[in-house]
Design a protein around this ligand. Structure first.
Ligand code: AMP
Length: 283
């Protein structure tokens, strides 16, 4: 595995690979690599000839300085895990390379996505995400880019970016990888105590209950049942729990309202915002 810091060097390596007719699979991350990230790399490897992974903790997508400061950066173990997963090139740019003084961010139209759910809870977050992924796409120019269903609204944002600026890149959305108790892997899980991490299985339990309840009860009743389960847990605060149209994140109140419907939630627990979701209906 090659580690590269400079975009020009990466571009040279990739030109070489493309010249040999190789397809490029790309996995952007912020590091603190876990099994969720590794699943993306494995999928990229299985579908492409050459796999690029990036680690960049993007300051522009954090809206709390504390969250940025606390973000884990275990670079040595990350490199060992990515080497093991079979990454060909690890791209490790620093902020000056990603955002040089003459860089001006392109305008990406995100519409309602900036105002709904994560967009509403974290003003500016998706603009930062769209900018960094735009910059990474312009450098890597992959054939396929791999993202996790875990950050569902983010995948809708990236699809909008692709539609507007990168019609040749195909986004592949990979399933959520969970810890043994059902908690979705996340770099932020490290901030939970051992007890909290074990207890945090209640989020997935509630989502499964919601999905099951949908089969026999109105959507609203099922949502209320799951919300009640989440709120029963001491010290847990539900920021949101909603069923939405998977194409644009607009709220739905009936399973017939859209072809693909997902229930998305954020629960604050142990001082950490834990994101999760479950697909209720897929066309
Ligand atoms: P991050 O490093 O948190 O920016 O995540 C990088 C990529 O990994 C994003 O596309 C995430 O959606 C994805 N990802 C994070 N956690 C998981 C998980 N538990 N399962 C699958 N993909 C994940």
């Amino acid at each position: 595995m090659l580690s590269v810091h400079k975009p020009e060097i990466l571009a040279e390596i990739l030109q070489n690979a493309i010249g040999q007719g190789k397809s490029i699979g790309f996995v952007p991350t912020m590091g603190a690599i876990h099994r969720g990230h590794v699943s993306l790399v494995e999928r990229a490897r299985s579908e492409n000839d050459f796999t690029v992974c990036s680690i960049f903790v993007n300051p522009r997508q954090f809206n709390e300085q504390k969250d940025l400061d606390l973000y884990p950066r275990p670079i040595e173990s990350d490199m060992a895990l990515l080497l093991d997963a079979g990454v060909d090139v690890l791209f490790l740019p620093d902020s000056e390379e990603m955002y040089p003084p003459d860089y001006s961010a392109p305008y990406i139209e995100l519409g309602q996505l900036e105002l709904l759910l994560e967009g509403a809870m974290r003003p500016g977050h998706f603009r930062g995400v769209a900018q960094v992924v735009d910059r990474l796409f312009s450098i890597v120019q992959p054939s396929r880019a791999y993202f996790g269903q875990k950050d569902f609204q983010q995948t809708v944002v990236i699809q909008k970016l692709i539609d507007q600026r990168y019609p040749n890149i195909r986004m592949v959305v990979c399933p959520i990888v969970r810890e043994a108790n059902g908690l979705a892997f996340s770099s932020r899980n490290e901030r939970l105590t051992v007890g909290e991490r074990e207890q945090a299985s209640f989020i997935y339990e509630a989502l499964k209950t919601l999905k099951e309840a949908c089969a026999t009860e109105p959507l609203e009743t099922a949502i209320n049942k799951a919300r009640f389960m989440l709120e029963l847990v001491e010290d847990a605060t539900v920021e949101y729990l909603e069923a939405v149209n998977a194409h644009d994140m607009s709220p739905v109140d009936d399973l017939n309202a859209a072809s693909t419907i997902v229930a998305v939630t954020v629960v604050r627990y142990g001082g950490v915002r834990l994101l999760d979701n479950i697909i209720l209906k897929q066309s």
